[in-house]
Write a protein that binds this ligand. Sequence first.
Ligand code: PMV
Length: 328
Amino acid sequence: MKTRKSSSTSENQRSSGSAPGKIILLGEHAVVYGRPAIAVPVSDVRAHATVAPGRRGAGIVIHALDIGRHYLLDAAPPTDPIACVVREVLARCNIHQHLDLDITITSDIPIASGMGSGAAVATAVVRALSQALTCPLDAAAISDIVYQSETLLHGTPSGIDNTVIAYERPIWFVRGTPPTPFHVGGTFHLLIADTGVPSPTRLTVGDVRAGWERDPERYETLFDAIGELVHAARTALQSGDAPHLGRLMQRNHTLLREMGVSAEVNDRLVEAALEAGAYGAKLSGGGRGGNVIALVAEETRDAVAHALETAGAVRLLSTTLTPEAVNP
Ligand code: PMV
């Protein structure tokens, strides 16, 4: 299978790849404990990579333009997530000879806000490089490679980020089982509000782990309740029932609060969205900052966006799931 969203021009031997951001609609945290979660790609923001022939003898040079870093693959430590995926692609494509390549990366996905910027950058690099090496990789292989870089960033990620970004489809995700892309049966308008507080996923995941070790029964009950909501949410997405999906998101937020991963800023934005007429709103991702997502009708979108900004959102993105846009 050919990689998607990639192009190469033989005239200048330049290959490019890109990858979307993502949000988790429902099921975060419980997904680490084997319950299902639903995530969707956000194509309005993307990471981009290009691979071009480099200076003779220079080796593979990575140019991370957004952070002003230029470094040699050979000098990068094993903990560097981009070097990790580059090395993995070279190994899988059986490339053992010296190569002179410039890999250039840019991204407009907000960093550290639960939108999967790290996984998207890694996916864009894998797509561009596999294209340059004429070594097509399918979505499952790309996801697998990117997961390895995610473990460097997050410790023990469930794998949901690399999966939804590599497949670029709404994903039903259960840890340890093959992901199931599924169809969306209606139009869903989402606002993604950045709280401006960096989301320390590793910390909240660690705190949930500590809580679960202290009181497994209580946490298992919370995870089960979230799992049930996620099942109902899939039906709502497939049947195009936005009001019902909104109620389920709302209940999911309440359960995440009980789990201790919300913060005053998340609750404030959720409350503001609801008061302005959103169908539902919740934190998305690790929590204690990061993003709040609100499901809205087209008619309430502007009012909810205004309410979120007034309540302190530092950046707003708007994205729409439609059967055409997300069901290739
Ligand atoms: O903060 P994000 O969007 O990367 O999401 C983290 C999701 C968790 O369920 C909290 C952790 C995980 O690895 O799935």
